[in-house]
Design a protein around this ligand. Structure first.
Ligand code: PRP
Ligand code: MN
Ligand code: MG
Length: 179
């Protein structure tokens, strides 16, 4: 599988340290509060699994499945809700957990949608931040590692559905997505 990889951008060690640090901050900030963590599938599943186990307060966990990229390497700009949460978030604090914020269109859409359901707050935690392509002005409260404008896979991120299971964040060889 690693034959499609140009190079490793972020090591597993660095990702583990980041999950630990963010988990500690989230545990402190939401202590004594009703928190619902919403993982955004599919990409968010690995980071959420790491992060959730570093959170030391009781939380509700739920999932939404949304897609804007499909099989393409470019965002379609249209956010499709494939699966919604089944938790009532009214009167609760919400934290959305994503693998990456790129254009910001996915998170912008999700925040606006969830705010219509009466939560006490809606905040964002993203493992990776690619600011160069930003189109929507989204506030990321728990911001992860900033990355350059490269097509990355692994740690939940895919290209055409593949490579999510690579443990590190890796730069995909151009010939793979240019063909
Ligand atoms: C990717 C990624 C984020 C989103 C970020 O999801 O996992 O959810 O795009 O891009 P944006 O900031 O430009 O909106 P994708 O649509 O590929 O679905 P997936 O998580 O199922 O791979
Ligand atoms: Mn995603
Ligand atoms: Mg994707």
């Amino acid at each position: 599988m690693m034959e499609v990889i140009e190079r490793v951008l972020i090591s597993k060690g660095e990702l583990d340290r980041q999950a630990e640090e963010l988990g500690r901050r989230i545990s402190e900030d939401y202590a004594g509060k009703e928190l619902v963590i919403i993982g955004v599938l599919k990409g968010g599943f690995i980071f959420l699994a790491d992060l959730a186990r570093k959170i030391t307060i009781p939380v509700d966990l739920d999932f939404m499945s949304v897609s804007s990229y499909g099989d393409s390497s470019k965002s379609s700009g249209v956010v499709k809700i494939i699966k919604d949460v089944d938790t009532n978030i009214g009167g609760k604090h919400v934290l959305i957990v994503e693998d990456i914020i790129d254009t910001g269109l996915t998170l912008n859409h999700l925040v606006e949608l969830l705010k219509t359901r009466g939560p006490l707050s809606v905040k964002i935690c993203a493992a990776l931040d690619k600011p160069s392509k930003r189109k929507a002005n989204v506030q990321v409260d728990y911001k992860g590692i900033e990355i350059p404008d490269e097509f990355v896979v692994g740690y939940g991120l895919d290209y055409a559905g593949k490579y999510r299971n690579i443990p590190e964040v890796c730069i995909l060889k151009k010939e793979i997505y240019m063909k």
